[in-house]
Design a protein around this ligand. Sequence first.
Ligand SMILES: C/C(=C\CNc1ncnc2c1ncn2[C@@H]1O[C@H](COP(=O)(O)O)[C@@H](O)[C@H]1O)CO
Length: 273
Amino acid sequence: MDGRQQGPDGDRTDPNVLPAEGLADEHPDERRQGPVVLRRSRMGESSTTDQRLLDSRGPTDWVHTDPWRVLRIQAEFVEGFGALAEVPHATTVFGSARTPRDHEEYSQGMRLGSALAGTGCAVITGGGPGTMEAVNRGASEAGGLSIGLGIELPFEQGLNPWVDLGVNFRYFFTRKTMFVKYAQAFVCLPGGFGTMDELFESLTLVQTKKVTKFPVVMFGRSYWQGLYDWIRDTMHASGKIGDQELGLLHLTDDVDDAVRVVQEAYAAWDATH
Ligand SMILES: C/C(=C\CNc1ncnc2c1ncn2[C@@H]1O[C@H](COP(=O)(O)O)[C@@H](O)[C@H]1O)CO
């Protein structure tokens, strides 16, 4: 077979096969697929690009491949940047997913969210339950911009009811970028492994100057004091961090003090942007 799609009398039988304009004798028949030109043995396939796009049959393994994941990751960045691009000054608040609503730390979270909203700026949390919810609730009820960046989990959860602008992520690392990119300060309420990860990631980003002039507030003296003392008396004392790094931490349980530190960070940001 020579690849030409002609009937026995030389008639063209396939509407997708185009004659080469005015030069039928010199130019072989060809099939066009968008910008692609196919000739001779490459002309075999008779579907169009639209047909192939719309045809849902066939194996689906490719949706579990890394190249496809890369596109999904890209899509998360695009969605996140798009949703958050116009966020004004913001503080990202980390904290336990497990704090019950009747706990004093929940009330503190609400007071903090409310006070941060009072500065006219947004609060960003992980969008989950516990103190994340408390901060969103305090901010939302005070009329502030209450943002939640949710994460896909193996169990059903969803964003807490006081998230007014929410984005759900599949990937932790995409979500972590958003926590940092759209905030000028970090506050850590008492929490477990997740909060520790976020506290130390924040500190590492500031230490390595990936982000500048971000204060890291450890809110809740009785909870954080032991860790702070260990950082100072063991980590710092043995030279694993220097004075500057120790100075990044601000330990308090006073909402006004935390808000003051955050406002200084907003001012420092404005001075450099
Ligand atoms: C474990 C439970 C719910 C988990 N739900 C979460 N939703 C959103 N964000 C979460 C969740 N769990 C952890 N995070 C992130 O880590 C921090 C809290 O972790 P911790 O270990 O509880 O300290 C928080 O800042 C989130 O960004 C139901 O019990």
